[in-house]
Design a protein. Structure first.
Length: 141
């Protein structure tokens, strides 16, 4: 004879009912604005994490790199799009960035080529040096 399952049993024990607080599902993450920073024939697309005020006249942007686009202006314009989303966040003056619209950014995503970590780090570091020289030529080392 097989044992009866609890739902099939009639029990003389009182049924316990616990009132648990309702758990609301977490809110979906809010999309973050995409900004761009240009230096020569390269453009870095970043996700804005937070704006911080460093001094009374300068706002700094905490940004997370997403794509680095190199425009080769040879016979015809060619794009080289590198996905660098796993690289280090940057802290950069907000005034250097331009707003980016979805129409400009989204078509680049399918063209992105993922780089290995070492190569992505070198590419990003070279871009940061170039952008620093372009935006602050007297401070560049």
């Amino acid at each position: 004879m097989l044992p009866l399952l609890p739902s099939q049993c009639e029990s003389s024990l009182p049924k316990c009912r616990r009132d648990f607080p309702a758990i609301e599902p977490p809110a979906p993450p809010q999309p973050r604005p995409i900004l761009s920073l240009s230096a020569g024939d390269q453009t870095l697309y970043v996700e804005l994490v937070q704006v911080a005020t460093a001094t009374s006249d300068r706002e700094m942007a905490w940004v997370r790199p997403v794509l680095l686009v190199h425009r080769d202006r040879g016979a015809k314009v060619q794009l080289k799009v590198c996905a660098i989303a796993q690289e280090s966040d940057l802290l950069w003056p907000l005034s250097c960035f331009a707003e980016t619209y979805a129409e400009d950014f989204l078509p680049l995503l399918p063209l992105a080529v993922a780089l290995d970590a070492a190569k992505a780090q070198l590419v990003l570091r070279a871009f940061v040096r170039e952008a620093w020289k372009l935006h602050w030529p007297t401070r560049a080392a």
